[in-house]
Design a protein around this ligand. Structure first.
Ligand SMILES: Cc1cc2nc3c(=O)[nH]c(=O)nc-3n(C[C@H](O)[C@H](O)[C@H](O)COP(=O)(O)OP(=O)(O)OC[C@H]3O[C@@H](n4cnc5c(N)ncnc54)[C@H](O)[C@@H]3O)c2cc1C
Length: 418
């Protein structure tokens, strides 16, 4: 067992069983970490999909475009399960947690005992909630299966309406345009990705999609969807206008899979609430990834992160905490998106109260925006095609150091010398 175990922390018994619900990215990392940290007991990874744990980012990018095989997303190859002595319960669904008996009930009635339980159940794509949604075919994108069903729609001669101008919607729009489909993005808010980026970035995204021939409708509310006599889909807007298309894709957010936890009486609020050691309100149950609501010192509040980084790092942290190792999970949040060859990255939480300092022009191909608080300390950074400089920006944020805004804005002053 790892030497970092503090005096007094209880080592988990070799006869113990650790069960992970959710064989996604966080679950896959939790399983690998339990073994790499020396856990020798029974280890069970339960997933209701038919694939080994996989990473989802390329589902809206290269896999959707047909440029990468679904298997390229796998985090663990099936051969690895034996080496890890990991029981992978594939296509298996947990329907109930009995905390008193420390036992799980599967959809086929089978029971499974646990000593420690890690919830990595992620989330599901939010369904459209407009009249006609239950009778009109539409696509969402969360799984490999979703990407494989949507991909054939993205070709010349097809028209796609993407509902939602957030990250998934915009990545689908970019891939669809690159595959030759006509694309309209309908966004209810006044700008793209309004919840996560400053207006400069929303403007940049708008210009980027417009330049590639995508029609973007902002502040547009949908009042219903339907299928016409020719089998085409019709989207009706609040102003009475309609959009007719071959396929509707809904990118309207994620609903955390926290029903198991709620039904078991664990504290939940838009996800499963955990502390900085990834523990839920039951000390034998931990949670990680998209389903976990975590105290985040960078945001100064509890929140749920939906990102590749968080799925990996919190999966690792939860596994360590399950073994009694010290865990203080507080990574600086990092997210990226790829659209039309542009790589956008965000470190930290850009807030409207921040002063924004630009390095490069947000209408150009490569630029960085720094978000400074009232003391000229960098709190967040957003960059397009600026991966190298962003690594320095990350360091500035983590060091919580005061900066000179004029030097920061000057591309002639290297980031290493800020
Ligand atoms: C299309 C797409 C593109 C993305 N692109 C980016 C990106 O560019 N950058 C970035 O930072 N992040 C991106 N993300 C986000 C990132 O992929 C997620 O944050 C990450 O996958 C979350 O991992 P997770 O393990 O928490 O959840 P998931 O990967 O959702 O895994 C949860 C698993 O648990 C299973 N499960 C749920 N309930 C049960 C149950 N009761 N019994 C058994 N199994 C159950 C689910 O079916 C699922 O397989 C993207 C996500 C998507 C969908």
């Amino acid at each position: 067992m790892n030497s970092e175990r503090p005096h007094g922390a209880t080592a988990i018994s070799p006869a113990a069983a650790i069960v992970i619900i959710g064989a996604g990215q966080a679950g896959g990392w939790a399983a690998q970490t339990l073994r790499s940290e020396g856990f020798t007991g029974r280890l069970v990874l339960i997933g209701d999909e038919t694939h080994p744990p996989y990473e989802r980012p390329s589902l809206s990018k290269t896999v959707l475009a047909g440029e990468a095989a679904p298997a390229s997303t796998w985090l663990l190859k099936p051969e690895a399960f034996e080496a890890l002595r990991l029981e992978w319960w594939v296509d298996s669904r947990v329907v109930r947690i009995d905390r008193g008996a420390k036992c799980l009930e599967m959809s086929d009635g089978e029971l499974l005992s646990y000593d420690k339980l890690i919830l990595c159940t992620g989330g599901k794509a939010r369904a459209l909630a407009v009249p006609g949604a239950d009778t009109t075919p539409s696509y969402t994108l969360r799984t490999i299966g979703d990407a494989l069903s949507l991909a054939p729609e993205l070709r010349p001669g097809r028209s796609i309406v993407v509902i939602g101008g957030g990250w998934i919607g915009l990545e689908v729009a970019a891939t669809a345009r690159q595959k030759g489909a006509e694309v309209t993005v309908v966004e209810a808010q006044g700008r793209l990705c309004e919840r996560t980026v400053p207006p400069e970035i929303s403007g940049h995204l708008l210009g980027l999609h417009g330049a590639h021939g995508t029609r973007v409708m902002l502040g547009a509310h949908i009042t219903g969807i339907a299928q016409d006599a020719d089998g085409l889909s019709v989207v009706t807007l609040a102003d009475g206008n309609t959009l007719t298309c071959h396929a509707i894709v809904a990118g309207v957010g994620l609903v955390p899979n926290d029903a198991l936890a709620r039904d078991a009486g664990l504290e939940c609020d838009g996800g499963v609430i955990v502390d900085k050691s990834c523990r839920t309100s039951d000390p034998d149950i931990l949670a990680a990834g998209d389903v976990a609501v975590t105290p985040n010192p960078w945001a100064g509040r509890h929140l749920r992160l939906e990102s590749w980084q968080n799925a990996q790092e919190q999966g690792i942290a939860a596994a360590r905490a399950a073994l009694g190792l010290p865990v203080d999970y507080a990574p600086l949040p990092w997210f990226w998106s790829d659209q039309y060859g542009m790589n956008l990255q965000i470190y930290g939480f850009p807030l409207p109260s921040h002063r924004v300092v630009a390095r490069g022009t947000p209408s150009g191909d490569s630029f960085l925006l720094f978000h400074l608080d009232g003391d000229d300390v960098v709190q967040a950074a957003v960059g397009a095609n600026a991966a190298r400089d962003l690594r320095f920006a990350r360091r500035l944020i983590e060091q919580r150091r005061q900066v000179d805004p004029d030097r920061l804005a000057d591309p002639n002053v290297p980031m290493a010398r800020q």
